[in-house]
Ligand binder design. Structure first.
Ligand code: CAA
Length: 383
């Protein structure tokens, strides 16, 4: 059975991540958000702490921690700044965990150490301008020419796309085969034909890099077999959605912490506002959602650590934690009143940053369809 008691090692890692978030991430979050600055120095510090690729085996440069411990790290970084948490989630879960699971020995040795050390960033090229939820329906094409794979197409909303040395690119090799024709390629970005364009004016995650990618006959190194592409994407999302959920627990906790502190220092009617029942109701709602989200994340992590199937439980955790983050951040603003509407306090940034989490790595609606299908055995995705 799942044990909610953390080991001494897990406590130590959580405390280290907490101290790092409070000491290094929190003080820079507001300025990076205001300036839309992707803070590569801070990314390097995160890597130096061993927080990039923490679940990667030590022989490939990672820390070899289990999924439960990974969630503790991601929660703390998510509490500090979701833009930095996105870096951890994309590099660790979407890119590194895919290479660990599907890469050849040579591919692992080539890429994992440089991704874990922060020497290189990696991005996950699945989504396209016309392809979001219907992830199997890719227009990017790959063809084999003289024993080498050439890829052409476009990718959209790609986190870290402008800064990555490696792009995991999903492409169709034979449209008639539908999802069974998809393949995944390791694409070094420093080659002719690979161009990126930054996407600006986002609602939140302003300190995170987001790009549109264009591939014009670039070379890719096939990972896994032709036809494995969709499974690779889905298994990457099993890890990525978990990481997003853990980061959202951090947003919930951060909203709660800020609200408790503010409700004790702010007085109205000659009393701290935290002594009013309606304010305590908001605090209680945040506590319950934070604890429930964390419990669901830990359950999904426990299943992963046991090597048991966890796709449905990951979707449950992702759905609940992301929606809870939006609600807790919103309640946090309500507790702070007018002060919560400006960036003197973190709650308005929490709300703007939380908002994307119910969209990316599978919308809340997609998570509900995955959960509904698992429980009924009926596929509501078929038109
Ligand atoms: N692991 C491994 N294989 C899996 C899997 C998993 N978790 N889930 C499904 N598969 C396999 C199935 O076994 C099946 O294999 P066979 O063909 O051999 O039987 C195959 O994949 C097809 O599976 P489904 O029937 O479940 O596929 P579907 O088309 O019915 O449903 C979907 C797919 C759930 C809707 C899926 O398309 C989906 O999750 N869509 C959302 C896409 C998404 O999350 N995009 C996020 C982009 S990434 C991002 O946001 C990154 C960023 O930068 C932040």
């Amino acid at each position: 059975m799942i044990d909610f008691e953390l080991t001494d090692e897990q406590r130590l890692i959580r405390q280290t991540a907490r101290d790092f978030a409070d000491g290094e991430i929190v003080p820079r979050a507001r300025e990076n958000d205001r300036n839309e600055h992707f803070d590569t120095e801070l990314v390097q510090q995160i890597a130096d702490m061993g927080f990039l690729g923490a679940i990667v085996p030590e022989e490939y440069g990672g820390r070899g921690v289990d999924y439960r411990t990974y969630a503790l790290i991601v929660e703390e970084i998510g509490r500090g700044c979701s833009a930095m948490r996105t870096v951890v989630s994309v590099v660790t879960s979407l890119v590194c965990s895919s290479i660990v699971r599907w890469g050849s020995e040579e591919q692992k040795q080539e890429w994992l150490p440089q991704l874990c050390s922060g020497e290189s960033l990696g991005c996950f090229g699945l989504t396209e301008p016309d392809t979001g939820s219907d992830a199997a329906n890719l227009k990017t094409r790959a063809k084999e020419v003289d024993g080498k794979w050439r890829i052409s197409g476009g990718k959209m909303w790609i986190s870290l796309g402008n800064y990555s040395k490696l792009a995991l690119v999903f492409a169709q090799t034979d449209p008639e085969k539908k999802h069974k024709g998809l393949a995944c390629f390791l694409v070094p970005t420093d080659q002719p034909g690979f161009t990126t364009q930054a996407i600006h004016h986002k609602l939140g995650l302003k300190g995170s890099d987001t790009a549109e990618l264009a591939l014009d006959d670039v070379e890719g190194d096939l990972m896994g077999e032709v036809g494995d592409g969709f499974k690779i994407a889905m298994s990457a999302l099993d890890s990525g959605r978990y990481s997003v959920a853990a980061g959202c627990v951090g947003i919930c906790q951060g909203s709660l912490d800020a609200s408790i502190a503010y409700s004790k220092e702010r007085t109205q009617f000659e009393r701290p506002i935290g002594s009013f029942q309606l304010v305590q109701e908001m605090i209680a709602d945040m506590v319950v959602q934070t604890e429930a989200a964390r419990g669901l994340v830990w359950r999904a992590g426990w299943l992963k650590d046991q090597g048991k199937p966890s796709t449905t439980e990951t979707s449950i955790a992702k759905l609940y934690a992301t929606e809870a983050a939006v609600k807790c951040a919103d309640l946090g603003i309500q507790v702070h009143g007018g002060s919560g509407y400006v960036d003197d306090y973190p709650v308005e940034r929490y709300l703007r940053d939380a908002r994307v989490t119910t969209l990316y790595e599978g919308t809340s609606q997609i998570q509900k369809l995955i959960i509904g299908r698992a429980y009924t055995g009926l596929n509501a995705l078929v038109p």
